[in-house]
Design a protein around this ligand. Structure first.
Ligand SMILES: [Zn+2]
Length: 73
């Protein structure tokens, strides 16, 4: 049995995340809903209205999660 010592800690986790996607055909502009300040944002690339949808994108982990609480003595 193959045993890997390396734990895939840095493996990005993909999760269905609410986003705003550009409604214009051919434009792939989109932004995370979390990062959107306006109620109905417009595309930063073509100024078209954006529609709310979900997309599988890497989850941003990092500060504020409290996982790095290793106590060394
Ligand atoms: Zn656009």
């Amino acid at each position: 049995m193959y045993y890997s010592r390396k734990k895939p800690m840095s493996e990005p986790v993909h999760e269905m995340t609410p986003i705003w996607a550009c409604t214009k055909e051919g434009c792939n502009g989109w932004m995370r809903e979390n990062y959107t300040l306006q109620e109905t944002p417009t595309c930063s690339q073509c100024q078209s209205p954006m529609a709310r949808t979900t997309r599988e994108i890497p989850v941003l982990t990092g500060s504020g999660f409290g996982l790095k609480t290793e106590t060394k003595k």
